[in-house]
Ligand binder design. Structure first.
Ligand SMILES: NC(=O)c1ccc[n+]([C@@H]2O[C@H](COP(=O)([O-])OP(=O)(O)OC[C@H]3O[C@@H](n4cnc5c(N)ncnc54)[C@H](OP(=O)(O)O)[C@@H]3O)[C@@H](O)[C@H]2O)c1
Length: 275
């Protein structure tokens, strides 16, 4: 079936998540975040990737409220940050996020980073939040297989998602293979490699072949790989451009050439090297 801006993937807890959204990291708190999120919602985006660390949950909440969209229509992810981990402090962090977002529940709550010594008790707090219906789905971010194994030692619910850096220039094969084996869905962050690869000749050639921009090709690659893709932009024209990826398809040859670009190009720390 053709992908659309509302296409969803079924997570391992039975809940479905939209495979395309907007990320809000490095959007300035206040007007910039409010306007970007409002623009995205007007254009039909239904998934917002937030985090307490981004310091703009209040603005995300304002934009969601202002949109007048039914709560059930929008999928909101947020994350417990490294300074907030631990059982009680995670429960408190979640309460703060709910208040700022002005929500009664979070669709997907993630452990932002695998902090040594705090992975298991933080996961137990997330499980409590899931039991209470405060967080519908729970998952992790920046976890390597070793960190995930620690969760599997104690978990009642498996993480549904591992959010990791991923784009054609960074395949993260070890983590991706492990997650696939464990039925953990991948959300790819830095899907545009923060524009660092916009002049790559192969990427530019494929964009020309498709009559699309390099950014649209990178986003479409993620979607066709069944990776949830959350490009960030504060610019209305680029927010629109990033959403216009459902009216073309990369063919097998183009996908293979994009796969061939993997060069371990990394903007954020390698999860495998995190303690
Ligand atoms: N879990 C984690 O640890 C983690 C880490 C990093 C990111 N994330 C999430 O992933 C999201 C996306 O990653 P990211 O923000 O780091 O990087 P990204 O989406 O790869 O790139 C964002 C950059 O690309 C520019 N841009 C966006 N659309 C463009 C287009 N069509 N043409 C040209 N330039 C364009 C943006 O500038 P303008 O805004 O000026 O358009 C911004 O500078 C984040 O917002 C966050 O939600 C999570």
């Amino acid at each position: 079936m053709a992908l659309t801006i509302e296409s969803r993937t079924k997570l391992n807890d039975g809940i479905s998540m939209p495979i395309f959204g907007i990320g809000v990291w490095r959007m300035e708190p206040g007007r910039q975040t409010r306007e970007a999120v409002s623009t995205a919602l007007e254009l039909g985006y239904i998934h917002i990737d937030a985090a307490s660390m981004y310091k703009n949950e209040e603005d995300v909440g304002d934009a969601v409220k202002q949109s007048g969209l039914h709560r059930e229509k929008i999928f909101i992810t947020t994350k417990v940050y490294s300074q907030e981990v631990g059982y009680d402090s995670t429960l408190e962090a979640c309460e703060r996020s709910l208040q700022k977002l002005k929500l009664s529940y979070i669709d997907l709550y993630l452990i932002h980073k695998p902090v040594k010594g705090f992975r298991q008790n933080t996961w137990k707090a997330l499980e409590k939040l899931k039991h209470e219906g405060i967080c519908r789905s729970i998952g992790v971010s920046n976890f390597s297989p070793r960190h995930l194994q620690e969760i599997f030692e104690i978990c009642e619910f498996s993480p549904v998602v591992n959010q990791i850096e991923m784009n054609p220039f960074l395949a993260q094969k070890t983590i991706a293979d492990y997650c696939r084996e464990k039925n953990i869905h991948i959300t790819g962050f830095c899907p545009l490699a923060r524009t660092e690869k916009s002049t790559d000749p192969t990427l530019v050639d494929i964009a020309d072949e498709c009559g699309k921009s390099w950014a649209q090709v990178m986003i479409r690659w993620g979607l066709q790989k069944q990776i949830t893709t959350i490009p960030k932009s504060v610019n209305a024209q680029r927010i629109r451009e990033n959403s216009e990826v459902f009216n073309f398809e990369l063919n097998e040859d183009q996908m293979a050439r994009l796969d061939g670009l993997d060069q371990g190009f990394r903007l954020r720390p390698d999860p495998i090297e995190l303690p």
